[in-house]
Design a protein around this ligand. Structure first.
Ligand code: GAR
Length: 189
């Protein structure tokens, strides 16, 4: 059995899709949901699905390595960042070499880096009159959005599309591909 931990700070719609995708899988299991926000909706989803949760705080995350004990306790093999906005510290990157991936709602290397998340990304893409956007799944390193790219998928942007339209189309791609790419990576490793 391979155990995944999902790190998420917000609504958790991607986390929800991943949980649903692996629900009946006998080889891959979502074993833990980690969040830095005690009020994040993703925690309700975890509770509804009887998945253990861990709430982390900034001081412990950056000044200690205590999360490694928690990840070991749940025998975590792989980490999926699904709308998790804190930079991952070096000790955690080192502990999960090529076993931690992030989803980004644009076509990296464009529209990445600190502050480029969620709606900020779609607004910038729209403002620059891009004709396409999409998703990037990449390995996580110590820098925001800079790890090796694993997979990208694109969607067209019509001249009349608003940032909200773009966000909706990108989210559809995320929901479809994130669980499937995770499955292929976990089946290969
Ligand atoms: C997703 O669109 C994800 O790509 C984005 O946050 C959203 C989380 O949505 N992540 C970033 O912008 C990271 N830079 P969700 O909570 O509904 O899954």
């Amino acid at each position: 059995m391979k155990n995944i931990a999902i790190f998420a700070s917000g609504t958790g719609s991607n986390a929800k899709k991943i949980v649903a995708h692996f629900r009946d899988n006998t080889a891959i299991n979502v074993a833990l949901i980690v969040s830095n926000k005690p009020t994040a909706k993703v925690l309700d989803m975890a509770n509804d699905n009887n998945i253990p949760t861990l709430i982390i705080n900034r001081a412990d995350f950056y000044k200690s390595t205590s999360i490694l004990d928690d990840l070991e306790k749940y025998q975590i093999d792989f980490i999926a960042l699904a709308g998790f906005l804190w930079l991952i510290p070096a000790y955690l990157v080192k502990a999960f070499p090529n076993k931690m991936i992030n989803i980004h709602p644009a076509l990296l290397p464009k529209y990445g880096g600190k502050g480029m998340y969620g709606h900020h990304v779609h607004k910038a893409v729209c403002k620059n009159k891009e004709t396409e956007s999409g998703i990037t799944l990449h390995y996580v390193n110590e820098h925001y959005d800079e790890g090796n790219i694993i997979f990208q998928a694109t969607c067209p942007i019509a001249p009349t599309d608003t940032p909200t339209d773009i966000a909706g189309n990108v989210l559809k791609l995320e929901h479809y591909y994130f669980p499937r790419i995770l499955q292929s990576l976990l089946s290969d490793s």
